[in-house]
Design a protein around this ligand. Structure first.
Ligand SMILES: Nc1ncnc2c1ncn2[C@H]1C[C@H](O)[C@@H](COP(=O)(O)OP(=O)(O)O)O1
Ligand SMILES: [Mg+2]
Length: 194
C-alpha cells in the first residue's frame, strides 16, 4: 500500500501559526492540482466526529500542545494512500512540527523534494490569528493559546527548517507580502522542481 506513495512528489509547508500556510496551499491546489493535507484540519475533523480519540485530541489542541506523533502521522499516511492514484503531488501543511516528526515521516512514507518555509513576523501572525479567530470557530484562535503556539513554533519547528536546509530543499517565502505576491514566490519555487 505504502508503495503507491513512495514515489509521489511531497512538499512540506512549514511556518508559524497564522503565517499563511493554508491560504497558499489553497492557491497551489487551484493552480497545480496537488492534494492539500493539513495536519490540523485532519485532526479537527477527528475532533468534529465526536470519537473518543477526538476528545483526547481536542484537550491537547486547546492547550496549544502537539498531539502524539503516531496519531498525526497515521492520519496523514491514510489520507495520502486514499489519494495516491489521482494525486500529482502532496502538500503536507503544518507537518513536521518538530525534527522527529520529519524523521518518522521519511521512514514511514518518503522524502520531501521541497520545503516551503512560509515566513512572517511574530506580531503579524498574532494579528492575523486574532482576526481569523473572529470567524474561524477554532478553539485555539485565542490570545492565550496563540502565545503558546508561537512559543512552541519557535522552539520546536524552527529547528525543522535548519534540518532540511542542509539538504538544500528549503525555499524561504516572505509571507508579509499581499497574498497574491506571496503566491508568486510559491509558484516560482514549485516551477523550479525538476
Ligand atoms: N499574505 C497574507 N496577507 C494578509 N493576510 C493573510 C496572508 N496570508 C494569510 N492571511 C490571513 C488569512 C487567515 O485569516 C490568516 C491565517 O492564514 P492561514 O492561511 O489560515 O494560516 P496558517 O494555515 O499558516 O495557520 O491570515
Ligand atoms: Mg492552517
Amino acid at each position: 500500500m505504502a508503495d503507491k506513495i513512495k514515489d509521489a512528489k511531497i512538499i512540506f509547508v512549514v511556518g508559524g501559526p497564522g503565517s499563511g500556510k493554508g491560504t497558499q496551499c489553497e492557491k497551489v491546489v487551484a493552480k497545480y492540482g496537488y492534494t492539500h493535507l493539513s495536519s490540523g484540519d485532519l485532526l479537527r475533523a477527528e475532533v468534529a466526529s465526536g470519537s473518543e480519540r477526538g476528545k483526547t485530541l481536542q484537550a491537547i489542541m486547546q492547550k496549544g500542545e502537539l498531539v502524539p506523533l503516531d496519531t498525526v502521522l497515521d492520519m496523514i499516511k491514510d489520507a495520502m494512500i486514499a489519494k495516491a492514484d489521482v494525486s500529482k503531488g502532496f502538500l503536507i501543511d503544518g507537518y513536521p512540527r518538530e525534527v522527529k516528526q520529519g524523521e518518522e515521516f521519511e521512514k514511514k512514507i518518503g522524502a520531501p523534494c521541497l520545503l516551503l518555509y512560509i515566513d512572517a513576523k511574530g506580531e503579524t501572525m498574532v494579528k492575523r490569528l486574532m482576526k481569523r479567530g473572529e470567524t474561524s470557530g477554532r478553539a485555539d484562535d485565542n490570545e492565550e493559546t496563540i502565545k503558546k503556539r508561537l512559543d512552541l513554533y519557535y522552539k520546536a519547528t524552527e529547528p525543522v527548517i535548519a534540518f532540511y536546509s542542509s539538504r538544500g530543499i528549503v525555499r524561504k517565502i516572505d509571507s508579509e507580502l499581499p497574498v497574491d505576491e506571496v503566491f508568486g514566490h510559491v509558484a516560482k519555487a514549485i516551477d523550479g522542481l525538476k
